[in-house]
Design a protein around this ligand. Structure first.
Ligand SMILES: [Fe+2]
Length: 315
């Protein structure tokens, strides 16, 4: 496979697993196009045209040094210059694939957060409330990533002539869909049962060995789960802390997330919402693995690094 084919596969898989459905994505892109068409020439020139085709601007190809057939990839959760050097040291790595966004993918992280409004709406939060509260938070995230050294890893890849891309939200969508299906199939009643169910997933089982397995952050094992929502697995990064009260009103009883800040945790507690934290690197690994399985099926060799626990589900 060529880099562009690998990249397009990630985007297509992300769309298929997206909470909004393929039609929802089409509407999202149509809306972007309408905004673009209304722009004046100067605005059009400054506009990132990829936004018209790609619903996941936090996932990009950053550098193509050699557009060869890809046989071996180095894949990690966070790709920094150290990983680029590692790829060089290993020697025959054709492409480095990261999970978390870097470069212009990081600069556009806030763009994918719109997805969370739709996910919240799917779980019963009125769309006006979800959009209103997310808007504040999206602006905050957009300002927050502004201070980052965006191009550091991309510069390293250019200097060392390494191919580099990442897939963030497409993979997080795969993890969210996997967990949603698992929960709908097994319907855990109490928080303890939910934790036990998560612990059956190999990525979480591995994480437990280093003390990073699924944990209850709010609630106790005896609590009833009520409606379990996966509002915090995909869609960029954490939403607004003001959303928990609205989620409780919408009838959500338990949230499963990858990670949670203290401020968010307190708000969930105040709203009597149980919070189960599945784990960050392990949840990211789950989503990335579901994508990598498709590369493995194409005969591509995968070398995991930087927090990725590789589990293959191809056999
Ligand atoms: Fe992550």
């Amino acid at each position: 496979m060529k880099i562009k084919e690998i990249y397009n596969l990630a985007i297509q898989m992300g769309i298929k697993a997206d909470f909004r459905g393929e039609q929802g994505i089409r509407k999202f892109l149509d809306n972007k196009r309408k905004q673009y068409e209304k722009m004046n020439e100067k605005e059009k020139q400054e506009f990132d045209k990829e936004a018209l085709e790609n619903p996941y601007l936090d996932s990009r190809i950053y550098h193509i040094a050699d557009d060869k057939d890809i046989k071996k990839v180095l894949v990690g959760v966070d790709i920094e210059p150290a990983e680029v050097l590692m790829a060089k040291e290993i020697g025959d790595i054709d492409l480095i694939i990261g999970h978390h966004p870097i470069g212009k993918g990081l600069a556009h992280l806030a763009d994918v957060m719109d997805l969370q409004s739709d996910v919240l709406n799917f779980y019963g939060v009125p769309i006006n409330i979800a959009e209103g509260l997310m808007k504040e938070r999206i602006d905050e995230v957009a300002r927050g990533v502004n201070s980052k050294n965006h191009q550091r890893t991309v510069d390293a890849a250019k200097l060392l002539k390494m191919n580099l891309m990442n897939s963030h939200t497409p993979c997080d969508n795969l993890a969210a869909k996997f967990l949603k299906d698992l929960i709908e199939q097994r319907k855990p009643e109490r928080i303890g049962e939910l934790i036990d169910l998560l612990k059956e997933v190999p990525e979480y089982k591995e994480a437990m060995k280093i003390g990073a397995g699924p944990k209850i952050f709010v609630g106790n094992p005896e609590n009833r789960c009520g409606k379990i929502a996966l509002t915090e697995i995909t869609g960029g990064t954490e939403g607004s802390p003001k959303l928990y009260a609205k989620m409780a009103q919408a009838g959500i009883g338990t949230l499963i997330g990858m990670h949670i800040s203290e401020e968010h945790k307190k708000e969930a507690e105040n709203s009597n919402i149980n919070v189960v934290i599945a784990g960050h690197m392990s949840s990211d690994s789950l989503g990335v693995n579901l994508f990598l399985d498709e590369l493995e099926k194409q005969g591509i060799e995968i070398i995991p690094c930087s927090g990725l626990t590789r589990v293959s589900r191809t056999g």
